[in-house]
Design a protein around this ligand. Structure first.
Ligand code: GLP
Length: 260
């Protein structure tokens, strides 16, 4: 796991965009794993800018969202399908039919979850998965207690997550209780995982996921078992890390050929 501590969101957005740009140049039909929440927004802004100003090409890329609320009507502005479209895919030249998300309005949820797993497999798997992290250490919507081997399935949200996400709705009562999320086992199959966390409210989750025990109480800690994870954090989110100086030193002296 590589931890990179950066001054702020702008630098984080640029570095993550560098990794995605390098991937697309190497593999124009790359499969991108897309996350919602505020953490990846600087990455989407930077990718949209590079598309507009430098012609960064997404025409052969595919995208898979991490998760979706259950029960929001089709086209609801806070459904993650709509959020991803608005914040990212409408701003670049990715084909709309190449952008996938779990079907939160399916009558048969288990079949919809299996179909989503099958679609990821059929696309050849995710090349680069962007992730944020919840204050309780969730990735996607894999709340504490999630099986570390889980696949795409329905989950119930913890009340803290509903409170955290209430800012996107009129009030907390409108935040769904159920979601579909890629499982931890699903996320672990992505070839490169880039997790972004900013702000002091993420400091504990970052410490738990990077330096704590691998345990379902912090779902993101499973990433310690992944061979290629990059954690991009600002100073505030890094403020509880015991080995922060080591991570800084390592990054400052990293061989230039290594990339992320
Ligand atoms: C939601 C999403 C997660 C995201 C988390 C943190 O719960 N399902 O994928 O990482 O929020 O969001 P933010 O980046 O806004 O703090």
């Amino acid at each position: 796991m590589e931890v990179v501590i950066l001054p702020g969101s702008k630098q984080i957005g640029a570095l993550a965009a560098d990794a995605i740009e390098a991937l697309l140049r190497r593999k124009p039909d790359a499969v991108l794993g897309l996350a919602t929440g505020s953490s990846p927004l600087p990455v989407y802004d930077e990718l949209a800018r590079r598309h507009e100003q430098a012609g960064l090409d997404f025409s052969r890329a595919q995208g898979f969202a991490l998760d979706e609320y259950v029960g929001l009507e089709h086209g609801h502005p806070q459904s993650y399908r709509e959020v991803i479209r608005r914040e990212f895919t409408d701003r670049v030249n990715i084909a709309p039919e190449n952008v996938h998300s779990p079907d939160g309005s399916a009558a048969d949820i288990p079949s919809a979850c299996q179909a989503y797993e099958d679609a990821i497999t059929a696309a050849g798997g995710v090349d680069l998965q962007l992730l944020g992290v919840g204050t309780d250490g969730h990735i996607g919507f894999n709340e504490p207690g999630s099986s570390l081997a889980s696949r795409t399935r329905i989950k119930s949200l913890i009340e803290q997550t509903r409170r955290d996400n209430a800012r996107f709705f009129k009030n907390i009562h409108d935040v769904p209780h159920h979601v579909i999320t890629q499982g931890l086992g699903t996320i672990m199959e992505a070839r490169h995982v880039v997790l972004i966390a900013t702000g002091a409210q993420k400091a504990q989750a970052v410490r738990d996921l990077v330096e704590g025990p691998v345990a379902a109480i912090c779902a993101a800690s499973v990433l310690q078992m992944h061979p290629h994870v990059t954690v991009l954090v600002d100073e505030a989110a890094a403020s509880s890390l015991r080995l922060a100086d080591y991570y800084r030193h390592t990054y400052d002296n990293k061989p230039a050929w290594q990339g992320l």
